[in-house]
Design a protein around this ligand. Structure first.
Ligand code: ADP
Ligand code: SF4
Length: 697
């Protein structure tokens, strides 16, 4: 099928300096948790995006020098010529499918503490750390240091050219890059020609641009990633002062402007806080000033919104990080007139969490993300079926839906049976909660894909018993029956039940889902630490209840530090009038309230309330599985040759783990035996056969 002419504008070639991008769909630099130690995984992950039609595919931040070592964050680097080979693998993998390869050359200044290299962090002034909360300071650079820094940068630019990059970035973005730290009045307190006025604070940015242009000539384009708004109000970089000034001073100097927001938590805004296109006010500034192409992001997944951004003169390129992770084939799908096949990002930031927990990328919507090289998974392709077996999948939550979709794509005949009247499992409920509407896309994408498959039938409103399963006539039975929230309080901090949790005024999230009436004042006890505690508190507060959110940890929703939601969540909860109580465990429930115990002293205090909602942990809903597995003779008699539990019904986790579990089963059914190590390993290239210390006197 051909694309609708309405989208033609997205497929116009655009010049970037001496290079030409084949369309306007541009994967901006973003981290993926592979870094220099997992180069094959990195190259394969990016190469798939090029195959999916992105015109430009960039690296994550790539360190230029050992004085910028982001340990423990996994990043790439170009410290010496030995690093070129690895990056050349990246450019070859990306260019093979027709995309331009871009590299974000970065120095994190005194934003990071160089935990591996132990080099003293450098910066415009003696600042404390931005990222690593380490008790060391950055050193103020003198003029010689600045000259050296410029030389390192030029060396890295030259290495980037020899690695084959088409677009080479100067990174003056977010608030942890050297030029941004020079630019910001928050971090630059110098009195020489690099401090004081905006012109002085912007001097290094201009010098780096000029140095890079001179070093690359016509071999590559030079781009700048720039933050016109640091997110700290008048104390930091603002659009009105530094943002506008830098754009005006250097308007025509780079070949491309890549605009981003200050704090990463604003730049990668979660859907709980920001809707598609949320960066428009800041993106639109650059186009008014420069005639060079401008790229910017905004979690764009709608082709119509993309067209509107171009037609209204907001952007020249549709920048994408998360939408390109959730669907590496988004451009190809628009081009081929298959908009309804786009797997839309849900804005959950599980991908961001991968970087923050220092692990290779994973994605809620795209289970193949991060598995391209080590497991050989392609986001759009899958082997055809390996047998004529009929498959029964019980439970249409994220795990069951993804399993049905992927097995359906393989060509199996499938019945997906759901007890509820609607499909979606936990997502059907959670997407109705405050801020989580986009999470419904996990269900909607799969429902749309399955609707096109003649070999997959969905039956709702049918709770299957063990006998029903045995009599169904399927050779393969997959149980995706999910999990149930615990009422007894066992969780992260309490490994055994809490006294009083059997009371009639104590509720679980399953009770909330079933529409039980909860009388305020309410205590929500969160010992789960991801999103649900806070989200339920929001819901109950919005319904007019007095709500106290209690957690034994030192902050509420601690795990959402990884998804970068917490810094934005806390102000929202406080604004709503939700009382936050931290460092307090739930000792017991009784009478007219709860006893809360200080986690350090054990001292208890009474807190009056009428109801308590427990958000602590979940148990697998595995009764059906246990009933079936206990009698192998019955299974054999029924002709069931494979019985498998997937998703939350084995061990409750995130929506991402459930989707991945369903996908993995679908990949592996009727496939070769899986080895003890179920994927390819990246190995360190040993330099010496025998290791002796490299000592010198
Ligand atoms: P996961 O995240 O693993 O997909 P969910 O809890 O979201 O798990 O979904 C599990 C789904 O399984 C729920 O929609 C639930 O109604 C359904 N389910 C549980 N037991 C049965 C059963 N015996 N028959 C049919 N559906 C079931
Ligand atoms: Fe989008 Fe979530 Fe996937 Fe990240 S993990 S790309 S936010 S769906």
């Amino acid at each position: 099928m051909a694309r609708h002419p309405r989208y033609d504008i997205l497929f116009e070639p655009i010049k970037i300096g001496p290079k030409v991008a084949k369309n306007r769909l541009y994967q901006v630099p973003h981290c993926n948790g592979f870094g220099y130690h997992l180069p094959h995984g990195d190259a394969a992950f990016r190469s798939i995006k090029s195959e999916g039609g992105w015109a430009v595919v960039c690296t994550e931040q790539c360190s230029i020098h050992p004085s910028s070592d982001a340990t423990p964050y996994p990043e790439t680097r170009l410290w010496d010529d030995g690093d070129v080979r690895q990056l050349a693998m990246f450019t070859e993998a990306v260019q093979e499918h027709g995309a331009l390869a871009g590299v974000l050359l970065a120095h994190n200044s005194s934003g990071i503490s160089n935990r591996t290299t132990r080099e003293v962090p450098l910066g415009p002034s003696p600042n404390s750390m931005y990222y690593n909360v380490d008790p060391i300071m950055g050193r103020e650079m003198d003029k010689k240091d600045i000259r050296e820094f410029r030389r390192w940068h030029v060396e890295a630019v030259k290495r980037a050219v020899s690695a084959g990059f088409d677009i080479i970035y100067i990174y003056c973005g977010h608030h942890f890059s050297m030029p941004a730290m020079f630019l910001s009045p928050l971090t630059n307190h110098r009195s020489d020609e690099y401090g004081g006025s905006v012109e002085n604070r912007a001097r290094l940015t201009g010098e780096l641009l000029e140095d890079a242009k001179e070093a690359v000539g016509d071999k590559a384009a030079v781009a700048i990633r720039f933050t016109p708004d640091e997110g700290y109000g008048p104390a930091g970089i603002t659009p009105e002062v530094e943002g506008r000034a830098v754009l005006e001073m250097f308007a025509e100097l780079p070949d491309l402007w890549d605009i981003c927001l200050g704090g990463w938590e604003y730049d990668s805004g979660a859907s709980r806080f920001d809707a598609e296109g949320y960066q428009e006010p800041i993106n639109s500034l650059a186009k008014k000033i420069t005639s060079k192409p401008v790229v910017g992001t905004g979690r764009f997944t709608s082709p119509d919104t993309m067209v509107s951004q171009i037609e209204r003169g907001i952007l020249d390129f549709i920048g994408s990080a998360r939408p390109s992770i959730a669907d590496p084939f988004l451009p190809r799908k628009i081009e081929e007139g298959r908009n309804e096949d786009i797997r839309e990002c849900i804005g959950c930031n599980i991908c961001v969490a991968s970087e923050n927990i220092h692990a290779p990328i994973r994605c809620t919507q795209n289970p193949a993300a991060g598995e391209e090289w080590r497991r050989g998974w392609h986001p759009e392709e899958i082997a055809t079926k390996g047998s004529e077996d009929n498959v029964l999948i019980v439970g249409a939550g994220p795990a069951g839906l993804e399993c049905a979709r992927a097995l359906g794509q393989r060509g199996y005949t499938i019945h997906l049976v759901e007890a509820d009247e609607e499909i979606g499992g936990r997502v059907a409920f959670e997407s109705t909660l405050p801020g989580l509407a986009e999470w419904g896309r996990v269900r909607d994408y799969r429902r749309g894909q399955i609707a096109k498959m003649k070999n997959v039938e969905i039956h709702t409103g049918s709770r299957l018993s063990a006998d029903d399963v045995l009599n169904y006539g399927a050779e393969v039975v997959v149980l995706a029956t999910g999990s149930l929230w615990r009422k007894d309080g066992a969780g992260f901090s309490n490994k055994s039940p809490i006294a009083g949790t059997d009371g009639a005024n104590v509720f679980t999230l399953d009770d909330v889902r079933n529409g039980v009436t909860i009388e305020g004042p309410v205590v929500v006890f969160d010992d789960d630490h991801y999103h649900m505690g806070a989200v339920i508190a929001e819901k109950l507060r919005a319904e007019g209840n007095e709500v106290t959110l209690v957690t034994p940890l030192m902050a509420v929703s601690m795990w959402t530090d990884n998804t970068m939601e917490r810094p934005r969540l806390i102000p929202k909860l406080l604004e709503m009038g939700i009382e936050l109580v931290t460092d307090r465990n739930l000792a017991s429930i009784g009478g007219n309230g709860v006893e809360l115990a200080c986690v350090y002293s054990g001292k208890t205090e009474h807190h009056a309330c009428k109801s308590v909602v427990m958000v602590t942990s979940r148990l697998p809903d595995d009764g059906l599985y246990k009933e079936l597995i206990k009698d192998s003779a019955k299974l054999e008699e029924a002709g069931i040759r494979t019985l498998k539990a997937i998703g939350d019904s084995i061990a409750a986790g995130t929506i991402q783990t459930a989707v991945a579990s369903g996908h993995r089963f679908a990949r592996e059914l009727d496939g070769p035996e899986i080895d003890d190590v179920p994927f390819r390993l990246e190995r360190v290239d040993l330099q010496d056969d025998k290791c002796v210390a490299n000592l010198s006197l």
